[in-house]
Design a protein around this ligand. Structure first.
Ligand code: ADP
Ligand code: MG
Length: 522
């Protein structure tokens, strides 16, 4: 190669190498043998905030020191690279702004023609965002696992509470109503009912997907929640409930709305570590008029407003701008998930409503939740069963009872037989089919658990309907409703009885279903 051409070739190569280093997104740092910085590329400035002039002459260790690594850590690096090897690892460094960042880094020696180390080159990749995303994923997985665990525990609990509540109720019928024993019994019943409420709360954590909409009376929901809320916020916070008069009903799923309220109350509690006052207020308002603007996509008209105000530390505009972002939290790692308000937002939106936040640092926070009012009167039909006097819930039809929990099956059998029914029983779906096949007469109703070993409830119903197309079905379940809707949709709310149920619940529901003339199989 002619010398000129050769020179041109090398110049081109050096230029290319230089541009590559200038334009890469990883920070490149070249130091001398003592570790003093001789060169940094533009990405270094982007990541750390230090310009080349500011960085020259310093060691990376002193410039970016975060205090997160000890001396021994840096010694290992030196030993490795002075031995002519490349060091690779992850470091936490501090930017010029003081902010920390996490970097994957490699440091290699640069040798001259004689094999002598003249310099070192370090390449840093900022992986802070990646690491945060990973932590969030981990957090989400953790929540998922907690949800599953909660669901499992709640299911077992509902199975245990059914016989407790059931036998208690049966006992109340045989005891004298004014005796001491009755008093103890009522206390047992009260405690069991509280446990049932808690279990229901627990189950809302496992909810996802479809909702079961029904008319809700916000005042009643809040009244029912008050004991739980008072217990949750603790004694240092005063709880005030100001129910509006004749607020009518809104539409939604009670359990979801309860979880949303609980989340808001928990946030208020966290905002008042030194005590304060929490106010829950309901009232009807007309949204869409000058005072209450409504967001696009929502219909103007009568709304029920739930106002949750605290006298806590409030929020800065910056925080307020981000509160509905999933995983946004200002609480420390073990306390906040950043999922509370996104959940609240979702529930309110699903219910056709909207929400507004008023907050100022030091002045407390108010969350206003607006729900479209669906009926102006508060008659709530969220109990599909009218409370028939129990004496009328008798009958002589034939029922097939399928339940894998022996204690619950025995209880249900006892209740139904007491009502006068002829009851066939089975422990699982397959046995149920065998029992039905052996029975030549009519079976009017099958009462089945949704989750059963081998054949689940809806599958059993389907199998039974092949030979008995008009057989009615009552599903019983101790798990969240979502598992039900997953199997059977659309559902007839009357054909579903959640556990724990009381003997009267069961007797009433059975009678109601048997008396329904046209029953659409679900
Ligand atoms: P988390 O409670 O897990 O942090 P949230 O989504 O419930 O997640 O809330 C997000 C953030 O919104 C909180 O970390 C907090 O900074 C702020 N926040 C929510 N409610 C209040 C409140 N009542 N007062 C002050 N700040 C609040
Ligand atoms: Mg929260």
């Amino acid at each position: 190669m002619p010398i000129e051409q050769e020179q041109h070739y090398y110049r081109r190569r050096i230029e290319l190498l230089s541009r590559a280093v200038q334009e890469t997104h990883n920070a490149v740092i070249i130091t001398d043998r003592q570790g003093l910085i001789e060169y940094v590329n533009p990405a270094f400035t982007t990541i750390t905030g230090y310009t080349a002039i500011e960085a020259l002459g310093h060691t990376p260790g002193s410039l970016l020191k975060s205090g997160q690594q000890d001396i021994a850590f840096y010694q290992t690096i030196w030993e490795t690279i002075l031995a002519g090897k490349t060091w690779r690892g992850t470091l936490t460094n501090r930017k010029k702004s003081g902010e920390l960042y996490v970097a994957h880094e490699s440091i290699s020696p640069i040798h001259d023609d004689n094999g002598f180390i003249t310099n070192f080159v370090a390449v840093q990749q900022d992986v802070t965002d990646q690491q945060k995303a990973q932590q969030r994923l981990h957090q989400a997985e953790k929540l998922e696992a907690i949800g599953q665990l909660a669901g499992g525990v709640a299911h077992d609990f509902n199975n245990l509470l059914t016989p407790i509540l059931g036998h208690t109720e049966l006992l109340t019928r045989t005891l004298a109503s004014d005796g001491r024993a009755m008093h103890h019994l009522m206390e047992i019943q009260r405690a069991a009912k509280r446990a049932a409420t808690l279990t229901k709360q627990l189950l809302t954590f496992t909810r996802r997907g479809d909702t079961l909409e029904e008319p809700l009376d916000l005042n009643r929901i809040l009244t029912d929640m008050l004991p739980l809320l008072t217990h949750t916020i603790g004694e240092h916070i005063e709880l005030q409930f100001l129910p509006g008069e004749a607020i009518g009903t809104v539409k939604g799923e009670a359990a979801q709305l309860e979880t949303a309220i609980l989340n808001l109350v928990l946030n208020a509690k966290d905002a008042m570590p030194n005590g304060g006052c929490l106010t829950l207020k309901t009232e009807t308002v007309v949204a869409g008029q000058s005072e209450i603007e409504i967001p696009a996509g929502t219909l103007p008209g009568p709304h029920v407003r739930l106002r949750i105000s605290d006298t806590g530390h409030g929020m800065t505009p910056d925080v307020q701008a981000r509160i509905f972002e999933p995983f946004f939290t200002t609480k420390d790692k073990h306390k906040g998930t950043g999922l509370g308000l996104p959940m609240v937002h979702r529930v309110v939106t699903i219910m056709g409503g909207f929400l507004k936040v008023i907050s100022e640092p030091g002045k407390g926070t108010t969350f206003d939740l607006y729900f479209p009012q669906i009926t102006p009167d508060t008659k709530v039909s969220d109990r599909p069963v009218t409370e028939e006097p129990l004496e009328l819930c008798i009958g002589h039809e034939t029922l097939l009872l399928v339940e894998d929990d022996d204690q619950i099956r025995a209880l249900a059998l006892c209740i139904l037989q007491e009502c006068g029914y002829h009851v066939l029983e089975a422990k699982d779906g397959e046995t149920a089919i065998a029992v039905a096949n052996r029975h030549d007469e009519m079976i009017h109703l099958v009462i089945t658990d949704i989750m059963l070993p081998k054949l689940n409830g809806p599958q059993l119903a389907q199998a039974l309907r092949q030979r008995r197309p008009t057989i009615k079905v009552l599903y019983v379940s101790g798990v969240a409703d979502s598992s039900f809707t997953q199997y059977a949709k659309p559902l007839n709310p009357i054909a579903y009885l959640p556990k724990p149920y009381t003997p009267s619940d069961l007797a009433r529901r059975v009678r109601l279903l048997l008396d329904q003339p046209s029953y659409q199989p679900s």
